[in-house]
Write a protein that binds this ligand. Structure first.
Ligand code: GLV
Length: 322
């Protein structure tokens, strides 16, 4: 019997490819650091039974409707805003993602960003590299305390909770805003639910952890930045689209907030001339929230397992449902 055909939009290590090859014919875009060109994906999706994709592949309705045999789209990510799940569902194509496995790793990075921005770590390194380190000076590179500060988390999902847990180790006062109350975060972590305005107006660190949807598009806008404390530090490791970047730029430039730590941008990758990078109070990273070796291996393995499950006619362990 002919094996089903799976197309991988990014080069994967041999162990992952071999796992799929045991049950499938495998086609792969053989580059690890460059997304597959649209026209190649368009051609591949026409005949593929399964697609293994990443966050940088827009799997839109037009593409989905070209697929004749597709049974499952499995993304190596928790966020799936790049996939038209509704269009897939209409065609009975399953969608799977990788929640849970990356929460702790992404929370580590989020906290690293928070600390780097608060204590001006990238600026400190620049000073040394530029030979600008003079004598010890009383107020040189002074930043913001993390311990006992208020951490405001917008979006208390798995990653939000893991960030909150880290905050407790620093004796932070943790508040959150979410569509629904999270009793576990309240009872076990001691996070306090507050209205959005209170979170924005009183937090020392405002941390966005929501998925990117139509509702959260540019949720952090000019008005939101104006509500924040002038000393607030804004952290985003969810999706760039949740923030109006022009408003963020103005808020940082005008001193409406003190700094920002950003792992995500509205249009990725950004280039060196992106306006936000011209500001000294921005700590920026190239979307590496879940990028520990261990976690990325687990995500790749999980994505491959979902493909095999979908092709066997089973429900994947982590389906995306509408
Ligand atoms: C990465 O951003 C993810 O959604 O997993």
């Amino acid at each position: 019997m002919k094996k089903p055909y799976v197309y991988l939009t990014r080069q994967m290590p041999p162990a992952i490819v071999e796992k799929l090859e045991a049950e499938c014919e495998v086609g792969m875009w053989e580059k690890e650091e460059q997304p597959v060109p649209k026209e190649i994906l368009e051609k591949e999706i026409q005949t593929a039974d399964a697609v293994f994709c990443t966050i940088s592949d827009p799997i839109d309705k037009e593409l989905i409707n070209k697929a004749e045999n597709l049974k499952i789209i499995s993304t190596m990510a928790v966020g799936f805003n790049n996939i038209d799940v509704e269009a897939a569902s209409k065609r009975n194509i399953q969608v799977a993602h990788t929640p849970g496995v990356l929460s702790e790793t992404t929370a580590d990075l989020t906290f690293a960003l928070l600390m780097a921005a608060a204590r001006r770590i990238p600026e400190g390194m620049e000073v040394i590299k530029n030979n600008e380190w003079g004598a010890w000076a009383p107020f040189f590179l002074t930043g913001q305390d993390i311990h006992h500060a208020r951490l405001g988390i917008i979006g208390m999902g798995r990653i939000g909770e893991a960030v909150a847990k880290r905050g407790t180790g620093f004796d932070m006062d943790i508040v959150y805003h979410n569509r629904s109350r999270k009793s576990e975060a309240e009872n076990e972590i001691g996070a306090r639910y507050v209205e959005m305005d209170e979170l924005l107006e009183t937090s020392d660190f405002v941390c966005v952890m929501t998925p990117y949807t139509k509702e959260t598009h540019h949720m952090i806008n000019r008005e939101a930045f104006q509500k924040m404390k002038n000393t607030a530090i804004f952290i985003n490791s969810s999706r760039g689209g949740t923030v109006n970047e022009d408003a963020l730029y103005d808020a940082l430039k005008n001193g409406d907030i003190r700094g920002a730590g950003l792992d995500v941008f509205e249009n990725e990758p950004i280039s060196a001339d992106h306006p936000l990078l011209s500001l000294p109070n921005v700590t920026a990273l190239p979307h590496i929230g879940s990028a520990s070796e261990n976690t990325r291996w687990k995500m790749a393995d999980m994505t491959a397992n979902h493909i095999l499950q979908g092709l066997r006619g089973e429900e994947p362990d982590h389906p995306v449902t509408l």
